[in-house]
Design a protein around this ligand. Structure first.
Ligand SMILES: [Zn+2]
Length: 178
């Protein structure tokens, strides 16, 4: 039976762990159940992407909203390998685990991805624009990295109080890594 999940908020330890590869040797059933829950959470918060740790699971899976982002139709990314490239640019990002905060983050403009889809079939993809941005953001979640980690130290210091308050409101301990 599936249990109802909610989105993990900053301060939750699950957001800071390095996630394990998803085990597809038992078939795609557990993957489809997890992805179904993630799709529901992403849609309910109108996000462009969601990583499994945000749904409480430390496995290497993320989803992107392929109706808003140019991902050649790909929506599910299992055990991805990512290779960012291109000029570094500043684009505003937000995160469903850090509600209401939007900050400009520096990242390479493009990325190459190799991953498996919801059927367990490997594919490769070259992304640009917002899709490249979202893929790098979601892939960071699989390594326990949040977008605020990529801000300058002064900006992080200025945001610390606000992030502590966010964690407290969610019933979490403050995030010590910000
Ligand atoms: Zn995020």
């Amino acid at each position: 039976m599936s249990r109802s999940r909610c989105i993990e908020i900053i301060g939750s330890p699950v957001l800071r762990r390095v996630s394990q590869p998803f085990d597809l040797s038992v078939g795609t059933g557990p993957l489809l159940e997890l992805v179904g829950e993630m799709e529901r959470l992403m849609a309910s918060e109108r996000g462009l992407g969601l990583a499994a740790p945000q749904a409480g699971e430390n496995v290497r899976v993320f989803i992107l909203d392929s109706s808003s982002l140019d991902t050649s139709g790909h929506r599910v990314f299992v055990n991805p390998a990512i290779e960012p490239y291109g000029p570094v640019c500043r684009i505003e990002e937000g995160c469903l685990s850090i509600p209401g905060l939007y900050e400009e983050v520096r990242r390479p403009s493009n990325c190459r991805l190799s991953a498996m889809d919801e059927r367990g079939i490997r594919f490769e993809l070259d992304l640009g624009g917002m899709a490249a941005r979202a893929a790098q953001h979601e892939n960071d979640h699989l390594d326990g990295i949040l977008f605020v980690d990529r801000l300058g130290s002064l900006r992080r210091r200025l945001l610390r109080r606000r992030l502590e308050a966010m964690a407290e409101t969610a019933g979490n301990e403050p995030d010590r890594r910000v």
